[in-house]
Design a protein around this ligand. Structure first.
Ligand SMILES: [Zn+2]
Length: 243
């Protein structure tokens, strides 16, 4: 699992490092390892069954802080979130949600929500419907039992294959109504966006549950504030499924 997270870290840092020069050079801002939208249509793209959102379309001066995986639980990060009541959308991998961590994730997500980031962090960039189903559906049941609410957003590990037809079909069957990507990253205190530009209204910022999370959160909030933006709850801006 640790190796899997490291791979995620490599991908996101590579994204930061490679995209900024590309954008400056005026060439296409496309990552080789994560699926990102074209510069012409950054907001969202509809797959067959489930919308894929990289950035929320809104006129409100808001951004969305999302935190992935769940490998490390930082008390300093929790203290910071509670002090400022920051809405956090946690995309948790269920294999990381051990009994001793449940309360932590509930607390840090108190002003946001807990959503689906698969059972074991396998890549969903595949047409193997059984693999995808086993990665998504059990989490729905698990989190409903553990946290009291069933997820309806899902983020694919490594950002891989969000527009896959099989993924869209299986996600819909598992009652996922939004596949959530991102357009900005903070990692190890470094901020970057996929196109090298600033945060904008509706930006979705990716962080991870790591030892540097408190610093990463402070960076995300201060970069947002510098643009006149404030963190808001993603669940208020995407459409939940009908009850
Ligand atoms: Zn992940």
């Amino acid at each position: 699992m640790k190796n899997r997270w490291l791979l995620t870290g490599v991908v996101t840092l590579a994204t930061i490092a490679t995209l900024a020069p590309a954008a400056q050079a005026g060439s296409s801002a496309k990552s080789t390892q994560t699926a990102l939208p074209s510069a012409a249509n950054p907001s969202s793209a509809r797959s067959d069954a489930v919308p894929v959102t990289y950035r929320v379309k809104t006129k409100d001066p808001v951004v969305f802080i999302t935190i992935d995986d769940g490998i490390v639980t930082s008390q300093a990060a929790l203290d910071y979130v509670r002090k400022h009541k920051i809405p956090i959308t946690s995309f948790l991998t269920s294999s990381q949600v051990t009994d001793s961590r449940v309360r932590y994730f509930e607390r840090i997500s108190r002003w946001g929500s807990i959503q689906n980031h698969t059972t074991t962090h396998a890549s969903l960039d595949t047409s193997n419907a059984t693999l995808i189903k086993n990665q998504i559906c059990p989490v729905q049941v698990d989190y409903r039992r553990t946290f009291g609410t069933k997820p309806w957003m899902m983020r694919p590990p490594y950002g891989a294959g969000p527009r896959g037809a099989t993924l869209a079909a299986v996600a819909a069957r598992c009652k996922i109504t939004d596949i959530v990507m991102w357009d900005a990253v903070v990692e190890n205190g470094r901020f970057g966006t996929w196109n090298g530009g600033p945060l904008v209204k509706g930006s979705i910022i990716l962080l991870h549950y790591t030892g540097t999370l408190a610093t990463d959160l402070k960076v995300a909030v201060s970069v947002a504030r510098a643009q006149g933006l404030r963190p808001a709850d993603l669940a208020d801006y995407l459409t939940p499924p009908e009850k």
